[in-house]
Structures are given as structure tokens and as C-alpha cells.
Design a protein around this ligand. Structure first.
Ligand code: ZN
Ligand code: ZN
Length: 141
């Protein structure tokens, strides 16, 4: 299942209020959001009635609810909400390595668990198919 491609800008004032209300983290919540002000829906492809969802900030301890940003629609029609949501309890046991993957989505999310969602761009980057480097060995005329 491919990842949903929805992107939205973060209403910073709302996000800062939510971060401040949640407590913890750095003393200056605006620093937590300084990396970028856009969020990408992390869910697998879903229908338009389902809310898009992006992790705003993980909780301090893995067992605590994390802060998620949910939205539907785009542009002026966008409706959003921010709130702490418990993690999805699903785990995937990898029989060959014995390791356990915890779903990185929120509880009762739609579509696939996180391990069933592929990010096409991320895969390209991992393959090295997308690179800013100059090709080597091209100095010959
Ligand atoms: Zn989405
Ligand atoms: Zn899940």
C-alpha cells in the first residue's frame, strides 16, 4: 500500500498552543516546529472521508499518547484538529530476526499499519536512484 500524498501547512498558533498544553519537551515549543511548517499524511492511501494524520510530536515516553495533527480537505476548506492520541497497539514479529516492530500510527487508524505502507519517495532515496551528486567518471570528452 502506498502512502497518502496529502500535505498541509501547520497553523502554527494552534500547534504551539497544543504543544504548550501537552507540556514537557523543550522550554520553547516553537523550536520543536522549526524544522518545517508542512506536514505529510503518514497513513496509507485512504478515502476522502477519512482524516489525514501527521505526527506533530512524539510523547516523552513511548507508552504515552503522542500529539497528532488531523485534517480533512485542503486550502480554505480544510478542517483540522490537534490532540494527543494513544499509539496503535499492533506489533509485527519478524520471525527470521526475532525483532518486533511497533506500529508507528495512532490507535484505531485506518488502512494499513505502518509497516504495510511504503513511501515511494523514501524508497527512491534509499535506492540511491535520486541523487544530487555529479556523476563520476565523466571527465573524458
Ligand atoms: Zn491522508
Ligand atoms: Zn497500526
Amino acid at each position: 500500500m502506498l502512502q497518502c500524498t496529502a500535505v498541509t501547512d501547520v497553523p502554527l498558533s494552534d500547534a504551539l498552543v497544543a504543544l504548550a498544553t501537552m507540556g514537557g519537551g523543550s522550554d520553547d515549543p516553537s523550536r520543536d516546529l522549526s524544522l518545517d511548517h508542512f506536514l505529510l499524511c503518514e497513513l496509507g492511501e485512504h478515502d476522502s472521508r477519512t482524516e489525514h494524520a501527521a505526527l506533530l510530536r512524539p510523547s516523552e515516553t513511548p507508552s504515552r499518547p503522542a500529539l497528532w495533527f488531523f485534517w480533512t480537505g485542503a486550502g480554505p476548506d480544510r478542517v483540522h484538529r490537534i490532540g494527543p492520541v494513544p499509539w496503535c497497539p499492533a506489533v509485527l514479529r519478524l520471525l527470521d530476526t526475532g525483532s518486533v516492530l511497533q506500529c508507528s500510527f495512532f490507535d484505531r487508524h485506518t488502512a494499513s499499519h505502518s509497516w504495510g505502507v511504503t513511501d515511494p519517495l523514501g524508497d527512491l532515496l534509499a535506492d540511491g536512484s535520486v541523487s544530487d551528486e555529479e556523476p563520476k567518471g565523466r571527465t573524458q570528452p
